[in-house]
Design a binder for this molecule. Structure first.
Ligand code: SAM
Length: 300
């Protein structure tokens, strides 16, 4: 099961009223969607987007069995980079929008998806496994400069040079990097420069960052987020509200910059002054919440 983050903070801000029409740009397990649907009290509609055909189908069925069927919820297999097309299709703008970026626990816990370095699985890392190239295929073709840049730009990996060198060495020797644990082995070899007593912790951190960097790359996560942020003001109704949860500094920087620029252009009447963090109590209950940052904006 996936535990939804900052639910109270999101609902407090969105101020959802029965009769409104909203968008959950990242349906996932449907936890936030369900809470937002409850606020509609059977009147109004939510459109839920996800690019993951496996989990979104399950979520659609689960929510329907809990009383949230197609009369109040439409699930669409669509990238949030295309919110303008969704708004055009339904012929209206949204009163509220939520985006909870990244991956769900359902995706992380499925070894076939390759999101976790802790269990053996194929090194895929695509949110939609039917589209684009897997991380294993990317590692077969990526150049040395590209890989090093990817590790630094996408997740500030301090051992980017060392990891890239071992990937290139393994490729030259014809050694496969096709599973999660093979990539972990690459990272362990690269970090042999780290003193023994610090190595275990350093490997753990480098694994998390390297998997994140590859996931961002194979899913074009910065590009689609940029597109989403650019299109947001045109799909929000006047006084429409948007809340975004991010999980690493690269994402938060993009959201912060976009909200600020658009406020200066008069497209938003108000934006969150500071980042909003989950409470200490929530982080204790759900360690995944520790890195969460929430920002919001109100359309003029
Ligand atoms: C953190 S989970 C959302 C969890 C959800 N808020 C809940 O409470 O259950 C993020 C979800 O967004 C989806 N996702 C990531 N990038 C996306 C994109 N560009 N367009 C649509 N969905 C995306 C992922 O597949 C994943 O299911």
């Amino acid at each position: 099961m996936h535990i939804s983050i900052c639910v109270n903070e999101i609902l407090d801000f969105l101020q959802i009223q029965p009769g409104q029409v909203g968008l959950d740009a990242t349906l996932g397990y449907g936890g936030h969607t369900k809470e937002m649907l409850k606020c509609l009290n059977g009147k109004g509609h939510i459109y839920g987007l996800d690019v993951d055909p496996i989990e979104s189908e399950k979520t659609k069925k689960r929510l329907a069995s809990q009383g949230f069927a197609e009369d109040v919820l439409t699930v669409r297999l669509q990238n949030f980079a295309d919110i303008d097309l969704v708004s055009k299709d339904i012929g209206r703008k949204f009163d509220f929008i939520l985006a909870d970026l990244g991956v769900s626990s359902m995706q992380i816990d499925n070894p076939d998806r390759g999101f976790s370095y802790k269990v053996e699985g194929s090194l895929d890392l695509r949110l939609n496994p039917n589209k684009g190239k897997s991380a294993a295929d990317r590692l077969k073709e990526v150049t040395k400069i590209e890989l090093e840049g990817m590790l630094v730009e996408n997740s500030d990996e301090p051992y980017a040079k060392e990891i890239t060198k071992v990937v290139m060495d393994w490729r030259k020797k014809g050694k496969a990097i096709e599973t999660t644990l093979q990539l972990k082995e690459v990272i362990e070899e690269a970090l042999c420069v780290v003193p023994q007593k610090e190595r275990k912790e350093a490997v753990k951190k480098s694994c998390a960052r390297t998997f994140q960097a590859l996931r961002i790359d194979v899913n074009n996560e910065f590009e689609v987020l940029y597109s989403f942020l650019e299109k947001l003001p045109e799909v929000l109704a006047p006084n429409g509200r948007v809340a975004i949860l991010t999980f690493h500094s690269g994402e938060d920087r993009l959201v912060k910059k976009s909200f600020k620029e658009m406020k200066n252009l008069g497209l938003y009447s108000e934006i969150s002054k500071d980042v909003i963090r989950p409470s200490a109590e929530e982080c204790l209950r759900n360690p995944r919440a520790k890195s969460t940052k929430m920002r919001w904006a109100i359309k003029s």
